[in-house]
Design a protein around this ligand. Structure first.
Ligand SMILES: [Zn+2]
Length: 443
């Protein structure tokens, strides 16, 4: 394959170990990898990056792509978490494979346009023949690096749980399907485009046994574990009442700590839990928009980072954001820490580092998340000559002043977005398809 040379970037924010910021430099992409960084590179297909800030592609560590067809549902707009879920469950119960495929493409397209090159997904309900396979097929077409997780719920209403019985599965069947999708789709190799994780929805929607068995299975298969944890006050109260301990303790008891585990939210974890996660290498997917949207609170991200915890960003499901713009999420992460801790609580550069390298660390991808020789060529170009960045004295502070959409996006050296247009999928056709499905669901 011909080399691609990204030429004359106004600024390259590398997120490498030395936190280098390079002016007027070039990047050589060869066979999906960053082969060279320097000035005056030649011998390849030239792609002009003049006027652009170049960053590593952003990494999304928590999403429920299927929710992209249920944004701004009126009855759920102002509900708290548990009431919100009970409003949406009956709508999601009507989904099938086509809804899963189309919603995943919508969510991934939105992520791509906002600079994301690697996304995880947490799919925990499988109505009417839906499978994880539907979302994996969707991601392959869009061209993003994808970490789908096989989620699950097993405690339905008749067992005292929140979801309707029609949306829960038998635990034996859940574990069987986890094995099936890991064997079929998980690629552990460096540069992998698809890694599968195992992800019971939350401690309140599956049994203690399934949490434990999922952890054993994940270790046996060498895949990662993911769930929701300590999202809000109700969540903590539930844990204390049902399990007699806080969520961190529950997680530790069942094997849910370690470098191969990441938890979504952790808004309400305390100092002890932060120490536990920091020492064990357990990661967190921080979702500031979702936390604001659902009124869950402000996650102690400053304390997590200071303790050495791995923190990444997640837009969370579109039904609880209701946007899926990852660079906007990074801006929100910066702003929300400032609400809690003052104007110096988080810089624009730190929030962007969390959104790129931080996310790659959380997902166990040292080969991604930075612009350095030998790393995967997952790269976002931001045009800083538009109105959003006009007057900016510091292009690298894109989260303070800068565009919320990429100009170009490369994944594994392949151009997915060019001049703000998604190349891999015909967006108007996709939008037409999603409108029809959303209308049917609203009937
Ligand atoms: Zn979530």
């Amino acid at each position: 394959m011909t080399d691609i040379i990204l030429k004359s970037a106004a600024c390259i924010l590398t997120m490498d170990d030395d936190r280098r910021e390079l002016a007027g430099a070039d990047i050589r992409i060869r066979d999906g990898v960053i082969a060279e960084i320097g000035h005056g590179l030649e011998g390849g297909e030239i792609d002009l990056a003049e006027g652009c800030l170049v960053t590593p592609g952003l990494v999304n560590t928590h999403h429920h792509l299927y929710q992209s067809l249920t944004r701004a549902v009126p009855a759920a707009q102002d509900a708290l978490l548990f009431g919100w879920l009970q409003t949406l469950y009956p709508i999601w119960a009507r989904f099938g494979p086509e809804e899963m495929f189309v919603s995943a493409q919508v969510g991934l397209a939105e992520l791509a346009l906002s600079g994301c090159t690697l996304s995880s997904d947490h799919l925990y309900l499988y109505p009417n023949g839906s499978r994880l396979d539907d979302t994996i097929a969707a991601a392959a077409e869009i061209g993003l690096r994808f970490h789908p997780t096989r989620g699950a719920m097993s405690i339905g209403e008749s067992d005292g749980g929140l979801p309707p019985d029609a949306l829960v599965e038998r635990e034996a069947a859940i574990l069987e399907d986890c094995i099936r999708v890991v064997d079929a789709f998980h690629d552990p190799a460096e540069g992998s485009m698809c890694r599968v994780g195992i992800a019971p929805c939350s401690p309140f929607s599956v049994s203690r046994e399934l949490m434990r068995d999922a952890a054993i299975l994940a270790r046996d298969k060498g895949v990662m574990l993911h769930t929701h944890l300590a999202e809000n006050d109700e969540d903590i109260a539930y844990s204390l009442e049902k399990f007699g301990c806080r969520p961190g303790q529950y997680a530790e008891d069942l094997g849910w700590t370690g470098a191969d585990v990441w938890h979504a939210h952790c808004v309400k974890i305390d100092g002890q839990e932060i120490d536990l996660f920091a020492k064990s290498g357990t990661g967190v997917a921080h979702g500031p928009c979702s936390n604001c949207r659902l009124g869950s609170g402000i996650a102690p991200v400053r304390a997590m980072r200071d303790a050495g915890m791995k923190v990444g960003l997640g837009v969370d499901g579109s039904a609880s954001n209701d946007s899926g713009n990852l660079v906007a999420e990074a801006r929100q992460a910066m702003l929300l820490q400032r609400v809690a801790g003052g104007a110096d609580a988080m810089s624009a550069r730190e929030a962007l580092r969390i959104a790129t390298r931080g996310g790659a660390e959380v997902l166990g991808r040292p080969d991604c998340g930075q612009i350095a020789v030998g790393k995967r060529a997952d790269i976002a170009l931001w045009d800083m000559r538009g109105i959003e960045a006009a007057g900016s004295w510091d292009l690298a502070a894109i989260l303070l002043a800068g565009p919320l959409k990429v100009r170009d996006l490369f994944v594994e050296g392949r151009k997915i977005v060019s001049m703000g247009t998604l190349l891999s999928v015909d967006l108007p056709v996709l939008m037409d398809r999603q409108r029809k499905l959303a209308l049917k669901l609203a009937m």
